[in-house]
Design a protein around this ligand. Sequence first.
Ligand code: G3P
Length: 219
Amino acid sequence: MIFVNFKTYEQGTGADAIRLVKILEEVAHASQIKIIPVVQAADVREMVATTQLEVWSQHVDPVEFGAHTGFILAEAVVEDGASGTFLNHSEHKFSDFGTLEKAHARALEVGLKTLIFAGNLSELKLILKLNPTFASYEPPELVGSKTTSVAQSKPEAIAEAVEITKAKGLPLIVGAGIKSREDVRKSLELGAVGVAVASDIVTAKDPKEEILDLVEGFE
Ligand code: G3P
């Protein structure tokens, strides 16, 4: 499976996000590889109206109905049709474990699947206590890398992350700098169930060519 994180890239926002999700859907159907667009909360409803793919939110906050100006309410993304949410991405980390725990509990309460990011192996051990649907190992220093990837630079860490998550019976997603079928193949060989990717697809001149290349890694 491939999580495509649209972040707040211009090409992953609003009307451009609709164009991108159509490409992802076409490739997912043709390849039969599960592709999950992970979009800004503001775009969830439009994405869900556009695609048959599962649509995820990039974040929800640990808040309930009430006075919380500007926060992302779990109920709101569910009402818009989101199936799941990322939590604790290195670009949107919770200040402490207790806050992550509360946000995760909120996501579960409303029926969202969850993917919690860890930037290193000790954080991975910690987040597994929450029993997310997916755990992700994504070293922040490699996010957005044009020259390397987590699969190329940290295969031993991926293997260890697989051991740690398997011991808890949870599936591991890896991300950071993923940009080729070789990166995907290596990640799967090491025991990950899929990858999280952003810049290689969202900012590509030809996103279809890039996603087609990544799905080849599953063959
Ligand atoms: O959520 C995945 C994302 O952070 C990876 O970003 O640009 O390294 O593929 P990128």
